[in-house]
Ligand binder design. Structure first.
Ligand code: SF4
Length: 484
């Protein structure tokens, strides 16, 4: 099949990303836009067509993909799990590291070949769509892409698809302004038992290595009424667990002038909705208050699980990263958390090989791991993000050194993960069983302090919080049997 496409130079009204604009923060009021609707003319576009959404990256993207799927289904598309019979493939991308980039461009290469064989529409959404370098690369080397849509205007997906079809050309619509809050975008949740609930968008912290403040815009908290209503509706629908989502949840409410309501207040009010389990990610150590610790301690349904990225144990590196806390203040917070919250599961993120990290700096990271004894950690080699301040820093550390350090760090992390899991041997714990396990004939779920458990149980247990006796402890998971 042969069809004509406009060349990029012919495409008018393209709205491309701009990292300089994305950096600007003003005191302009954040608009809350409601009453999202898909017009009748758009409802037929996907009739008899199948879509596939591929999600890369973090929970925010998982959550956005639930909106993307719902909007596509509102346009008449039906879902497929294979690229082979998809008429539309949407890549919901992540910009946080180089390998996420590479995976997306690898997939675009595959789609290019497919598109030479049959008509297939290809769209790029998510954080990569907010990056100038990516959009330029798509425009010059990936001319088979049909649309690029930014994170701030996800709700524009139906119109953007229509525009691309009508013009038979690449449609780029990426807003670099600070961002609004769009309520009421339809959602197709992946799970019937666990739900992501956004409480805020964007980030104003500007850690020097991180692209997120540019790709996700300024911090914007949703109104408490909207969050509480969403959680209450989920309780009525039978959901057991919510995860409150934001780049920096502890700063909830700080962006709304005169808003005398913070994350501790929100957690406490969400706890009153009666939802059985509440988690929240991600916390920045800077904004973690004593009131929050009290709310976690005093509410049984606020789970004893805190993900507290440390990134480095060296004060010199923390300063270069712009993290705004010290090793000492971080450790003080960890001690307070451990003292006040029994059974706390503490996890973290660590970057090794930040520009000019010395052996001494790295040893500081190892020693903070020894002090905190994390239950788990997500560890990464520093990845340069174009446009961030750290990308301009000189770096004298060879990659081989960074890889060596990562391995040493991972061995230490694994040691503590196993130690912490072993504490549960022969104990009876509550597990929210939510899916079939990868292990033949077993189901899997998470304890209240976020440990993955594989359990022998009938399929009817999916969706239930069950008593499980732990029979085997490994580094990454536990095995157990029902005890009820
Ligand atoms: S707090 Fe720092 S690391 Fe986290 S999203 Fe914001 S800038 Fe990135």
């Amino acid at each position: 099949m042969c069809y004509y496409r406009l060349e990029f130079s012919e495409v008018k009204n393209m709205e491309k990303p701009n990292l300089k604009d994305a950096r600007i923060r003003t005191h302009n009021k954040v608009n809350i836009i409601r009453n999202f609707k898909i017009s009748d003319e758009l409802k037929e576009i996907g009739k008899n067509k199948k879509y596939l959404v591929k999600t890369y990256g973090c929970q925010m993207n998982e959550r956005d993909s639930e909106n993307i799927c719902a909007m596509l289904e509102g346009m008449g598309y039906t879902r497929t799990n294979t690229i082979d019979n998809a008429d539309l493939v949407v890549l919901n991308t992540c910009a946080i590291r180089e390998n996420a980039h590479n995976k997306v461009f690898g997939m675009l290469g595959r789609l290019k070949h497919l598109k030479e064989e049959r008509p297939i529409m290809v769209g790029v959404c998510g954080c990569m769509a907010q990056e100038e370098v990516v959009v330029n690369e798509i425009m010059t080397k990936n001319k088979h892409v049909d649309f690029v849509l930014g994170t701030h205007n996800l709700h524009r997906l139906p119109e953007v698809i229509k525009n691309s079809i009508d013009k038979n050309a690449l449609e780029v619509e990426v807003w670099s302004k600070e961002g609004d809050i769009i309520e009421d975008i339809p959602i197709k949740r992946e799970s019937k038992y666990k739900a992501w609930v956004n409480i805020m968008y964007g980030c104003d912290k500007f850690c020097t290595y991180c692209i997120v403040p540019y790709t996700r815009g300024k911090q914007r908290s949703r109104l408490k009424e909207d969050i509480i209503k969403e959680v209450s509706d989920l309780v009525s629908e039978g959901y057991q667990e919510v995860t409150l989502l934001g780049q920096n949840v502890n700063a909830y409410g700080k962006d709304i002038e005169g808003y005398n309501y913070n994350m501790a207040n929100l957690l406490s009010d969400v706890a009153k909705t009666g939802i059985k389990r509440i988690k929240f990610v991600t916390s920045h150590p800077w904004d973690f208050t004593d009131d929050m610790i009290s709310v976690i301690r005093d509410n049984e349904n606020v789970l004893p699980y805190v993900h507290l990225p440390v990134q480095s144990g060296s004060n010199k590196i923390l300063k270069l990263m712009g993290r705004k806390y010290t090793r000492e203040s971080y450790l003080e917070l960890v001690h307070k958390l451990r003292e006040n919250i029994p059974n706390l599961c503490l996890t973290t993120d660590i970057i090794v090989g930040f520009p000019n990290e010395t052996d001494e700096d790295f040893n500081d990271t190892l020693s903070i791991v020894n002090e905190c004894k994390y239950d788990q950690a997500y560890t990464f080699i520093y990845s340069k993000r174009v446009g961030t301040p750290a990308a301009a820093m000189q770096d004298s550390i060879p990659l081989s050194k960074k890889e060596e350090r990562l391995q040493v760090l991972n061995e230490l992390i694994n040691k503590y993960s196993l130690e912490s899991n072993k504490k549960l041997l022969n104990k009876v714990v509550d597990v929210l069983i939510d899916c079939k396990s990868e292990k033949e004939g077993m189901l899997s779920g998470y304890t209240s302090n976020n440990k993955l458990v594989n359990v022998c149980a009938p399929i009817s247990y999916i969706g239930k919080i069950a008593k499980v006796k732990i029979t085997e402890c490994k580094t990454w998971s536990l095995d157990g049997v029902l005890d009820e």
